[in-house]
Design a protein around this ligand. Structure first.
Ligand code: 4FN
Length: 196
């Protein structure tokens, strides 16, 4: 599965090369490629944003910049997801659905947002990770990549997906590991004979 991330802050995605996701990249099971939208600026100051028509606070990313960045990575199998507070909340059901895709293009907003015309033109789905104010769509994009990547074949050891599945998670009980006594608190007696 390939992820192309359209962002103004590509360096934010560097830490994803660690851990389980990093191993999946090394094994060529997933690819995470960032596109710096600033590279598509047409002016000498590398400007990508402008003021809002009709007034209103702040700046928006210009539609032509986003469109050219999109054109540089789109394929016939790509699905474009805009990470946005107005989107449908990401659920485990949606994660499993997205894991079947070959190519996801993730569009990350910054400043006050993105011109609506390019959203209408290129975006297939608008997804939110929850209701709180953020400074950009980059962390939401990483949440989506992390949650979806675990379901790409070969990324996780086969048992862990079932065991940690959402439905089982709701029924989870407290768990304990060594030491047997921590700050005077003992592991429940009934569990002590069952360590695997
Ligand atoms: N956020 C709210 C209402 C109005 C604005 C925001 C907000 C980043 C570009 C969007 C936020 C949260 C979850 C993307 C929030 C998400 C974003 C996300 C996001 C800069 C404009 C902005 C009512 C939700 C509190 C800033 C509510 N999932 N604007 O955060 O991109 O994906």
């Amino acid at each position: 599965m390939k992820f192309d991330v359209l962002t103004l802050f590509p360096e934010m995605f560097e830490p994803m090369k660690e851990s389980i996701i990093g191993r999946a990249i090394d094994k060529n099971l997933i690819q995470i490629h960032t596109v710096n939208m600033r590279d598509f600026s047409k002016d000498k100051h590398k400007k990508v944003d402008d003021t809002v028509y009709g007034g209103g606070a702040g700046m928006l990313i210009r539609p032509d910049i986003v469109y050219d960045a999109y054109q540089s990575v789109k394929s016939n199998q790509s699905k474009v997801i805009f990470l946005s507070p107005q989107g449908k909340t990401l659920t485990q059901k949606k994660v499993l659905e997205l894991a079947k895709e070959e190519h996801l293009i993730l569009l990350c907003g910054h400043y006050e947002g993105i011109d609506q015309r390019v959203i209408d033109k290129i975006v297939d789905e608008e997804i939110s990770i929850g209701d709180y104010v953020l400074t950009g769509g980059e962390l939401p994009a990483m949440v989506l990549i992390d949650s979806v990547s675990r379901y790409v074949d070969g990324v996780l050891a086969s048992e862990s997906k079932e065991e940690e599945s959402f439905s089982n998670g709701l029924l989870e009980y407290p768990q304990y590991t060594r030491p047997e006594v921590f700050e005077g608190e003992k592991v429940p007696e009934v569990l002590l004979s069952r360590t695997s």
